[in-house]
Design a protein around this ligand. Structure first.
Ligand code: FAD
Length: 604
């Protein structure tokens, strides 16, 4: 018999990033008993890394901004595959969520007249990102923690959930282990909110932290939830490329928002060469106009460096492939050039981009106030994820299972606009907390689940009983290499089919990897347990990407480089079939409400 400690709560939140903390605060305020489990320390969730800001149409810098423009921008960025109801909630509610964060103690940068300052970001028509220098995520987490710590929430830190528990069809909690001692825990709960973040670690080059192994998507899938839009992975155009040990670390879009320009090895601003038709009317065609936009001229058009991320990433890849890249396989990002335009530019850059200044100084010995950076695309964000009801955030197929933040799908469609994630966490974290508390209040306590738990514990310990001839790391590396090469920024059918076959082989190997030593702080064992999550999300991404025979948003097919209107009519949904295989179907979303359609047309 496996030994484990049982905990009981009304609502269990898995994940202590922005979405998890916001959800926990809301659920707790509704008077239910709430716990948060996180596999890292409190304060270390990935949200802390967010730099540029959170998008909310407050109109503080440009009073032409309002929720309708934000809604239309989000839909256009997502290529109209977004769940429009979520985009509507997000655009309408984000300003209140930002102000609420301020009321709870967040200290935002300010306009001259004392309002929350908002900055430019790709795809947003007006300056819209509320920010704190380039450390917005840190301020968000600090504020939510400071506020949440007084709400009577129980926190379990450095504990990884490994499976969701079910009581018949409904959710009943989660099972996992503490990373330090390897002891088992069962958290029984009437409602579970997944807020576990993204999947970046399925790829070799990523801006994502070690936590992003697709746990929530995989836990939900195995529990019967559907996954949506999994082909849409965002490759951010600017990650560090040198030195190798820091490859993939993010260089915030804020650098381009502050006037940074992209150049190839010939010194040319290559982004002027390829401006998509639907952005022609809003994009500057000469550098002077782009600069005027950066400095706040409301009548100027934005520079082409601020086009959507998928487009900028592909332009960079094109330059590198054509032999016009930087010495280490990227291109140059130059913000130092603004010394031609403003006095004290070095101090200005250090003030606006303090983390970037320190990041490049410490990691690459580059002073960004005087020399250009080398940058290239990096796997950054997952638009797809757990399918949820747009109002409540509950899975339509698993009663009691909610998801919010990056683990959930729907808001961003085929591509996310920068800054729309942090506001997503607040808007939908709050909604998930509210609805999960309401749901939990109506439920009876969950039953005894001892035999189910016993089977899961046995599965978790299996790697210790196997021959450690092959450990988990080789399987993990090969998967990351394969996803990067065959299902990365540019995709073709043959390569993705090769990847699918490769994933099946790696799955066989993962099923027999062995680990040595004991359960106390054993990262090899933890990695062995992560493999199923990485393989599940990799298979989901690949299957969906094969099915979508067109290019749209974050998904680019070299064999189908154009957007196909037929493919714009449906989303791709995945579900675990009765025989354990991954089943796929196309689903036409409900037609957009007439008033919202009119907004989209008007804003075009
Ligand atoms: P996270 O903050 O990642 O939290 C996930 C939590 O789940 C963690 O606590 C983790 O420990 C826990 N967890 C995961 N698996 C398990 C498990 N099995 N058991 C228990 N706990 C688990 N977006 C913006 O809008 N604006 C920006 O400026 C911006 N900048 C960014 C900069 C960088 C460098 C990166 C990488 C991303 C940036 N993003 C930005 C994206 C944004 O930061 C993320 O999408 C967002 O923070 C995700 O928040 P979350 O609450 O969903 O998940």
């Amino acid at each position: 018999m496996a030994t484990f400690t049982t905990h009981e709560h009304d609502v269990l939140v898995i994940g202590a990033g922005g979405a998890g903390l916001r959800a926990a605060i809301e659920a707790s305020a509704a008077g239910v008993n709430v716990a948060v489990v996180t596999k890292s320390l409190l304060g270390k969730a990935h949200t802390v890394m967010a730099e540029g800001g959170m998008a909310a149409a407050m109109g503080n810098v440009d009073d032409r901004d309002n929720w309708k423009v934000h809604f239309a921008d989000t839909m256009r960025g997502g290529q109209y595959l977004n769940q429009w109801r979520m985009a509507e909630h997000h655009a309408k509610e984000a300003p209140d969520r930002v102000r609420e964060l301020e009321a709870w103690g967040a200290v935002f940068d300010r306009t001259k007249d004392g309002k929350i300052l908002q900055r430019n970001f790709g795809g947003h028509r007006y300056p819209r990102l509320a920010h704190v220098g380039d450390r917005t995520g840190l301020e968000m987490i600090r504020t939510l923690q400071d506020h949440g710590v007084h709400k009577g929430i129980t926190f379990y830190m450095e504990q990884t959930t490994f499976r969701l528990l079910k009581d018949g069809d409904r959710i009943a909690g989660a099972f996992g282990y503490d990373r330090e001692r390897g002891r088992f825990h069962a958290w029984k709960a009437k409602a579970v909110i997944l807020a576990t973040g993204g999947i970046g670690r399925a790829f070799k080059i990523t801006s994502n932290s070690w936590e992003y192994t697709g746990d929530g998507q995989s836990l939900a899938y195995h529990a019967g939830a559907e996954l949506l839009d999994m082909e849409f992975v965002q490759f951010h155009p600017t990650g560090m490329v040198w030195p190798p040990s820091v490859r993939g670390i993010l260089v915030t879009e804020g650098v381009r928002g502050e006037g940074g320009v992209l150049k190839n090895s010939e010194g040319k601003r290559f982004m002027f060469d390829d401006i998509p038709d639907n952005y022609k009317s809003s994009t500057a065609t000469d550098p002077e106009e782009g600069w005027r936009y950066v400095t706040g001229d409301k009548n100027a058009k934005r520079p082409p460096e601020l086009l959507t991320r998928d487009h900028v990433a592909r332009c960079i890849r094109r330059e590198v492939k054509a032999g016009r890249g930087s010495p280490h396989g990227g291109v140059f990002l130059d913000v130092a050039w603004i010394k031609e335009k403003i006095p004290n530019s070095q101090e200005h850059i250090k003030k606006k981009l303090p983390s970037m200044y320190h990041q490049f100084k410490a990691l690459a010995d580059i002073d960004i106030t005087t020399e250009p950076m080398e940058v290239g695309p990096t796997t950054h964000y997952m638009m797809g994820g757990v399918r949820v009801d747009p109002d409540s955030q509950m899975s339509p197929t698993v009663p009691g299972l909610f998801a919010a933040g990056e683990v959930a799908a729907g808001l961003h469609g085929a591509n996310r606009l920068g800054g729309n994630s942090l506001s997503d966490l607040l808007v939908f974290g709050k909604r998930a907390g509210e609805y999960a508390a309401k749901y939990a209040k109506d439920q009876k306590p969950v039953s005894h689940l001892e035999s189910e738990i016993e089977a899961i514990a046995k599965e978790a310990l299996a790697p210790f009983d196997r021959d450690p001839k092959e450990g988990p790391y080789q399987v993990q590396y090969e998967l990351q290499d394969m996803m990067q090469d065959l299902v990365g920024i540019v995709r073709v059918e043959d390569e993705m089919k090769q990847a699918l076959a490769g994933i099946a082989k790696l799955r066989e190997r993962a099923a027999v990897v062995g680990v040595t030593s004991h359960r106390e702080y054993n990262p090899g064992w933890h990695t062995a347990l992560d493999l199923d999550n990485l393989l599940t999300v990799s298979e989901a991404i690949t299957l969906s990407a094969i099915e979508r025979k067109e290019s749209r948003g974050g998904h680019f097919r070299d064999d189908f480089p154009a957007k196909d209107p037929e493919y714009g009519k449906f989303n791709i949904v995945l579900k675990k079939a009765a025989d354990g295989s991954m089943s796929l179907r196309r689903e036409t979303p409900p037609p957009m409400r007439e008033d919202l359609k009119a907004i989209v047309e008007e804003q075009k």
